[in-house]
Write a protein that binds this ligand. Structure first.
Ligand SMILES: Nc1ncnc2c1ncn2[C@@H]1O[C@H](COP(=O)(O)OP(=O)(O)O)[C@@H](O)[C@H]1O
Ligand SMILES: [Mg+2]
Length: 579
């Protein structure tokens, strides 16, 4: 119920249209009742009328009335259908938007713990199911209820005693509706979960198709996909059993009602207390009534599916972003002096500190290098500076201001990031370089591309700067992708730069080009460089060595070598590898 009320919140903005739709529905319900009522005069005034002259008059009148009633009903049904579907689809649009807005606002930790495919499934499949409910409730449920009211009124108007008999069956019909609804909801929960898994497998295997092929895992992925499909099928069939059983059950109950009416009303016609016309109109109205009740049952099934989908969607909407602008957080357009880390501790999982008290000071204009074994916490340190996570203890300050007091947007404007895996979008080269810059300025793009050593290969592409680079840049080499990422950072022109092993996945030829590009990028900036190749940090103003989340050594290249500690060990390892 709570979920339902919440879903209806999305209906609010369209109240005016809904009211119009309701009025239209009242009219169609009236016309539906009229279409059944018309049987009575057809029989009593035409077929069983002893007065031939009157019968002749009616035979001209009634066919025209029938055409009018159905034509009008058709027009209003069209308006009704159009309005309801318009509202339903508009609501889905709103819902998808608010869901996407909310998800993109959530913190990194949320994404670490989620399967992408499942998130995609929430926005696509689950929201579609919710639309089913909104459109059904608005259209069919209310329409059916109105139709039922119309037809029941007609029954009472025709003969109240028989009407009472006919509707006594309803309470009996409600029980299976409830029962089947429960089954449907359980089945729906299963199918939706499986649909999420299916999307997740698709997403993962298509994204990783190179690896899938390289390891000959196609068959394994096919089996994994198939077993999810199998479970999806099982849940679907569970739902099908409930919904397919519900119709015959409802019909059988209805038939009992109709049988009773035939017996009682038939007897009344034989005794002469009921006209044949009333009898037929009555039976017709009853046969028109039961399908409406059955429809209520079908809708209940759709609604149960939607409720189950709604619960998941609201679960995401209720997830609070972990990283928030503190009240009174400020803009901070300029970096003036220094960045400091004071006793920064951080854990991804409670109790397992990845950073165990980091103290750093980076002065404006410095090249500050962080080295250390893999898994020592270098990237985590950089992520904290960009505020993808907040430290659990200690503080990070820019010019003496805790970064939590700077608006996230303003903070990220100060920082440019180039990492090992470059993130490109399936768009033109130009748009990828200008990503994040609002409008695309051609000269800025060109300058950035030149400075990033990217111009030469870009103009060789089929459509130069207008070339589409494919999903995640699959049509480019690793070095080319990296130089586009650098061009993007150059164009953004941030005062602070984070380079996280930006060259580590490249061959030596691209590395030279990329290194040149990086040197251009680093000009007049403060750089936080994480490198596992020590050749890139030799000239740094300061080097810190992190190991196991603790700073073990710091100083300049020569000073560190002189200490003959971890740095020297790392350096010798590299030296041997590269000579
Ligand atoms: N998203 C994450 N969730 C949980 N643990 C993580 C996550 N990212 C990194 N870690 C762990 O934190 C530690 C430090 O990782 P990281 O900072 O990436 O190391 P480095 O960049 O120095 O190689 C590693 O033990 C790693 O397994
Ligand atoms: Mg790393």
């Amino acid at each position: 119920m709570k979920t339902y009320l919440r879903m209806l919140q999305y209906v609010k903005p369209y109240l005016a249209r809904i009211i119009i739709a309701l009025c239209v529905m009242v009219i169609t319900a009236g016309l539906t009742a009229a279409s059944f009522y018309v049987i009575k005069p057809v029989i009593d005034k035409i077929l069983a009328n002893p007065d031939k002259a009157e019968a002749l008059r009616y035979i001209r009148l009634l066919p025209i009335a029938v055409i009018l009633i159905y034509a009008l009903k058709g027009v209003f049904l069209y308006i009704q259908g159009y309005l309801i579907n318009w509202i339903g689809n508009k609501i889905i649009w709103d819902m998808r938007n608010s869901l996407y807005r909310h998800i993109t606002n959530l913190s990194m930790r949320f994404f670490n713990n989620q399967k992408m495919g499942v998130l995609i499934s929430r926005i696509t499949n689950d929201v579609t199911l919710m639309q089913g409910a909104v459109a059904n409730v608005l259209g069919n449920l209310i329409g059916s209820v109105l139709n039922i009211i119309g037809l029941v009124s007609l029954l009472f108007y025709l003969n109240w005693f028989l009407a009472l008999m006919a509707i006594i069956v309803f309470p009996i019909a409600v029980l299976p509706i409830i029962q089947f609804g429960k089954k449907m909801k359980a089945a729906a929960r299963g199918t939706q979960e499986k649909m999420g898994d299916i999307t997740a497998v698709l997403n993962e295997s298509f994204n990783g198709i190179r690896i899938v092929k390289a390891f000959g895992m196609e068959e394994y992925e096919r089996r994994r996909f198939n077993s999810d499909l199998q479970r999806f099928f099982d849940y679907t069939m569970r739902g099908v059993r409930a919904s397919s059983l519900s119709s015959p059950t409802m019909e059988t109950i209805g038939a009992i009602g109709i049988a009773a009416i035939i017996f009682v009303a038939g007897s009344a016609v034989i005794n002469g207390t009921l006209t044949t016309g009333t009898f037929f109109a009555f039976i017709a109205a009853i046969t028109g009534l039961y399908p409406q009740v059955k429809k209520l049952n079908d809708m209940n099934n759709v609604i149960q599916q939607a409720l189950s989908a709604g619960e998941r969607v609201f679960e995401i909407l209720d997830t609070k972003p972990e990283i928030n602008d503190l009240p009174g957080a400020k803009e901070y357009p300029e970096f003036k002096n220094s960045i400091t880390f004071t006793d920064v501790k951080f854990a991804y999982n409670p109790g397992e500190n990845v950073l165990k008290g980091i103290n750093l000071e980076i002065k404006k204009g410095q090249v500050f290098a962080v080295v250390g074994p893999s898994g020592s916490g270098k990237s985590t340190t950089a992520d904290l500076l960009a505020r993808f996570y907040d430290p659990h203890e200690g503080e990070i300050k820019i010019d003496g201001i805790d970064i939590r007091h700077i608006k996230q947007e303003a903070l990220r404007k100060l920082i440019g990031i180039v990492t090992q895996e470059t993130i490109l979008f399936n768009d033109t080269i130009k748009a990828n370089i200008a990503y994040g810059d609002g409008e695309i300025n051609e000269t800025k793009v060109l300058d950035a591309a030149k400075a990033a050593n990217a111009h030469d290969f870009i103009v060789k592409q089929p459509e130069a700067y207008e070339t589409m680079i494919g999903d995640r840049g699959v049509r480019l080499s690793g070095g080319q992708r990296q130089r586009l990422a650098i061009a993007r950072a150059i164009l953004k022109n941030p005062p602070i730069l984070i380079l996280d092993e930006a060259t580590s996945s490249l061959d030596s030829e691209s590395e030279i080009l990329v290194q040149e590009a990086i040197n251009n990028l680093m000009k007049n900036r403060t750089t936080f460089v994480i490198a596992h190749r020590l050749s890139t940090v030799r000239n740094a103003d300061k080097i810190v060595v992190i190991d196991g989340g603790v700073i073990k050594e710091e100083g300049k290249h020569e000073e560190l070598l002189a200490k003959n500690g971890i740095y020297t060990k790392l350096y010798n390892m590299q030296f041997k590898l590269h000579e």
